[in-house]
Design a protein. Structure first.
Length: 161
């Protein structure tokens, strides 16, 4: 895995967005789209509590990229995200032809944590991105951010509802 200092900076922004989602009462996921030239193009966080269960930031990035970037720009871009794409978001990433994905924590890590906290399983299997998009360039998890992201998810999982 070759996660650079620049990658870490963008991943930290994705984690900040995840924290913002948590502060707004939502599941802590955040993502940033960065051009091949290194310019941040679009960012978002989860909106599943206020809207619907499909309002993931990775899906919003795929939709935005499809409308605003040429195919070669999409292929050169990188998506930085606090958590590995779910199958819905991975499929959108593949269909739109986005480039590299760098995630802080994996779906497998999240499933393990949620199980330990007594959370019910999600409605969709937590599959690795490459199982859905075999040619995807994927890097993660990033150990430097694991404890912070785990803390965000624990706070959401254990919050009274």
């Amino acid at each position: 895995m070759t996660v650079t200092a620049t990658d870490l900076r963008h991943l930290r922004r994705a984690v900040e967005l995840a924290r913002l989602a948590l502060e707004r009462g939502d599941e802590p996921f955040g993502s940033v789209l960065v051009s091949g030239a290194g310019r941040e193009l679009f960012e978002d966080h989860n909106h599943v509590v206020e809207r619907d269960e499909t309002q993931h930031p990775e899906l919003a990035i795929a939709r935005w990229a499809g409308w605003h970037l040429r195919p070669e720009e999409r292929a050169a871009a990188t998506v930085y995200t606090s958590g590995e794409h779910c199958p819905m978001c991975a499929a959108a990433h593949g269909w739109v032809g986005l480039g590299r994905i760098v995630y802080a924590v994996s779906s497998a890590q999240l499933v393990t944590w949620r199980t330990a906290w007594g959370c019910p399983p999600g409605p969709v299997a937590a599959l690795p991105i490459r199982q859905l998009v075999p040619d995807a360039v994927v890097e993660g998890p990033v150990p430097e951010l694991e404890a912070e992201v785990k803390g965000l998810h624990e706070a959401f999982a254990l919050a009274p509802r």
